[in-house]
Design a protein around this ligand. Sequence first.
Ligand code: PDD
Length: 288
Amino acid sequence: MSIRVHIGGQVCLPEEAKISIFDRGFLYGDSVYETIGTAYGRLFALADHLVRLERSAERIGLRVPPRADIERAVAQTVAAAGNRESRVRIILTRGAGKLDLDPAAVDDTQLVVIVFPLGAPSAEMYEKGVSVAVVSVHRNSPRAIDPAVKSGNYLNNVLALGEARRRSGAYEAILCAADGSVAEGSTSNIFIVVGGEVRTPGLDVGILDGITRSKVLEICRDNGIKVRETRFLPEDLRAAAEVFITSATRGALPVTKVDDNPVGDGKPGPVTRQVMALYDAMARAGVP
Ligand code: PDD
């Protein structure tokens, strides 16, 4: 179980990996990133993650290295780490320059790849479910740092998770949009099940276009599970028969407590379990 870093074109140990204190990723969160998990020893949906990375970079005017260079850096770092299952973080920063907010002041994209052991939730968390808390911190407005851009500026989400942990020791924070409807978790998308129908906020609410979210939507559509992208409120979340969250390193993870109240009978429900099984089958088959 080890950590390896690809930086400055080389793979090295974490303690050898250094970046300038003038790097704009450090100074301003002027960076974009992706987190990818492996499943059954292979990267899951690498191509989708690289497309989103490029889209995020384009949205903030950050020059992206050729895709083949990123793929090579990822492959080398995963191989060097040698973990059974890995979590891969790909970071692109705008680089280092003088203290000047103007993004045009620097054009020196830095590619950093960090590979960790996967660190997926425990078997008990999948069996019993986790808790979430709806927090007072709102998801960023799409007119501020657009949630669709997976930027390195996560302070809003850091504060949201801090509130959830402090208030009720909840595993994940759920943030609402400015209109009060449920948006997403601090590092996850959220789904509810109502009357057998799977529901998740649409992208128009102002959320990250989660790769796992889109795979779950695909799984539902392909397997005759009713599914709808729609706005819903925190009270709908609290009243839902089932709730689950999704992200690259967790897949679909059941939620059995919302704001200290049990969801349904307090156990992961049948639709959630079906989605988990179908997602696992998809991962086993492999997604390039
Ligand atoms: N987070 N929403 C937010 C705000 C996220 O940060 C993430 C992912 C997701 C889920 O997206 P995906 O299914 O593509 O992982 C939704 C990753 C895990 C992270 O921050 O490391």
